[in-house]
Design a protein around this ligand. Sequence first.
Ligand code: B12
Ligand code: SF4
Ligand code: SF4
Length: 314
Amino acid sequence: MTEEKIRKLAEQRGIDLIGFFSVEPLKECLPYLIKRRQDGFSTGFEGGEPEERIDYLKAYPSAKAGIVIGISNYQSLEAVADDQVRGQLASVSWGEDYHRVLRRKMNDLMDAVNVEMFIAGNLPINYQVFVDNSPLIDRGSAHRAGLGFYGKNNCLINQQLGSFFFIGQILVDSHIIFKQPQLVENGCGNCRRCLDACPNQALGEGFSLQPSKCISYLTQKKSLSADEENRIFTYLYGCDICQQVCPYNQHLKKTREAAFWIDPGTASPPLEETLALTNKEFKIRYGNTACGWRGKKNLIRNAQLIWKNKKRHD
Ligand code: B12
Ligand code: SF4
Ligand code: SF4
């Protein structure tokens, strides 16, 4: 199977970005992983030791090559103009859970690849798909495949999609014929808008992120210290600030993936409504979104903190 053929099948399935990578251990990421652990910046969501995280064969022992995809989730939403106190859901949790959407896209793609294999009289390709559900480093694979550069906001930035895209990877048990990817040069230069915009100064020089200061992490963490409680600001789940200010994220096109579309009111629900959610309502409203996994307790705790912090500042 060739790169060109797979690219065409991907485009037909609404996959925005696709790249190919070799499954040699991801040694280029190892120093960053080790440093992060030494600095005490692990979140517990990564899973696995640094050496294990860079080892594709540990994740899928028969891997011969990797395919990585990117799906845009960008939407620009107007602020809701009413007098209700609202919390914000970050773009990571808009619409259907991205883990499901990307897994579906990758399985569809591989089904199509295997139809082509069958027609050509070949055996099917065996494979495994990954989206944020293994120790593998999704940004690392996408970087190796030439999909973007690491921004100072820690995100992988692509020239067309900015950083508002999710990453999924497929390890396959067959060789794919592909051109050696061109690594994308870092494009931050002297810019430091994200570092200056982060309300808690969670971002450091040298691509680091201190989780105990990061709103995105804190909204997902189970128990918070008093200091951490003050750092939630207006977010019910996740945080988009260091992406919103990035020059690469201005004038982007709305995602064509309808599963992520959302209206402004749903993306910033009234706090009073959120505080009163029943288990059943939580399941209906958030069960199929990416913020469902931390449960109703976390969401309500965050709503209480936004309320409390707002009252303190009023
Ligand atoms: C743990 C985790 C978090 C943690 C920690 C984030 C962090 N910066 O590490 C928290 C909860 C804070 C978080 C938040 C978010 N996350 Co998150 N998260 C992950 C997860 C599970 C692991 C990330 C990880 O291992 N971090 C450790 C560091 C060391 O690795 P890394 O960030 O992947 O890449 C670094 C290095 O490779 C290195 N590096 C720097 N320069 C260079 C140069 C070279 C040449 C090399 C080789 C390496 C290198 O620096 C990079 C940045 O630190 C991944 C899914 C996965 N399994 O990969 C998603 C993932 C990184 N998250 C994602 C998203 C969307 C988010 C949020 C935007 C969600 C939101 N709106 O709230 C925020 C963004 C916060 C931010 N500024 O990073 C996407 C990223 C998409 C993208 N385009 O970058 C991922 C890939 C999920 C996915 N499959 O789409 N996340
Ligand atoms: S996600 Fe928010 S809190 Fe975390 S580093 Fe970016 S701006 Fe700061
Ligand atoms: S805001 Fe500036 S420094 Fe931060 S990631 Fe974007 S280009 Fe890089």
